[in-house]
Write a protein that binds this ligand. Structure first.
Ligand code: AP5
Ligand code: MG
Length: 215
């Protein structure tokens, strides 16, 4: 089962991708998480990516495509995977399709988690991420058991640098310009699934599972 998560920043792609990966035993591949791990480890890729991410801009395609193509060709991806945050531009989608076609494969579902812009800024200001394991919470909608402490690993929680309201607004503009055209792209490919992302986290997940299991 090869799945792509689509949706605006903060729509809940990561939240749902983790749940899908857990239920179906497939890897969750988040390009945002890969970049953040590289930034934390001070790699060259991390240094380059940070300059774009801090401004709410997309990292250039050439820094992303090979990385993802290599990742999906690894052994643990033979049963499938959930891609979260990739592709984000038409050239990225075309490069992925080409790499998959070379090995006689294709994407099965592109799940678009729909949340209107007006809900997003609010949602992002309440998000907290663990500095150690990357787990994501929300002060109101997905709180930790103990305030400021990760439930998984007891790491401390932070507000992501790019979750400040001015940067979120910029990311939303970038999303509408560069990523939203993928909805049309995957509709034409016959794999688009739309889910309402404004409802409760578990209800969004139930809607996704229903689609995956009906097919
Ligand atoms: P990335 O990390 O992918 O960020 P994003 O797409 O902006 O999305 P987010 O991770 O912010 O949101 P999400 O949809 O995962 O929501 P979440 O589940 O956390 O990318 C960051 C940056 O890296 C980009 O800006 C770009 O610079 C670069 N980058 C990454 N990939 C790239 C690529 N392919 N090409 C170029 N550049 C790339 O949920 C958000 C919050 O809401 C959480 O607190 C959560 O608990 C809460 N929540 C979730 N669902 C619900 C719900 N149903 N109800 C209430 N609250 C909810
Ligand atoms: Mg995410």
């Amino acid at each position: 089962m090869k799945i792509i998560m689509l949706g605006a920043p903060g729509a809940g792609k990561g939240t749902q991708a983790k749940k899908i990966a857990g239920k179906y035993g497939i890897p969750h591949i988040s390009t945002g998480d890969i970049f953040r791990a590289n930034i934390k480890n001070g790699t060259e890729l991390g240094k380059k990516a940070k300059t774009y991410m801090d401004q709410g801009l997309l990292v250039p395609d050439e820094l992303v495509v090979d990385l993802v193509v290599d990742r999906v060709n690894q052994e643990d991806c033979t049963k499938g995977y959930v891609l979260d945050g990739f592709p984000r531009t038409i050239p990225q989608a075309e490069a992925l399709d080409k790499a998959l076609a070379d090995v006689d494969q294709k994407i099965d579902y592109a799940i678009n988690v729909e949340v209107p812009d007006e809900n997003i800024v609010n949602r992002m200001s309440g998000r907290r991420a663990c500095v150690s394991c990357g787990a994501t919470y929300h002060l109101v909608y997905a709180p930790t058991k103990e305030e400021g402490i990760c439930d998984n690993c007891q790491g401390s929680l932070i507000l992501r640098d790019d979750d400040k309201p001015e940067t979120v607004k910029k990311r939303l503009n970038v999303y509408h310009e560069q990523t939203q055209p993928l909805i049309d792209y995957y509709t034409k490919a016959g794999v688009l699934v739309e889910v309402d992302g404004t409802i409760d986290i578990d209800d969004v997940f139930a809607a996704i599972v229903k689609v995956l299991e009906e097919a």
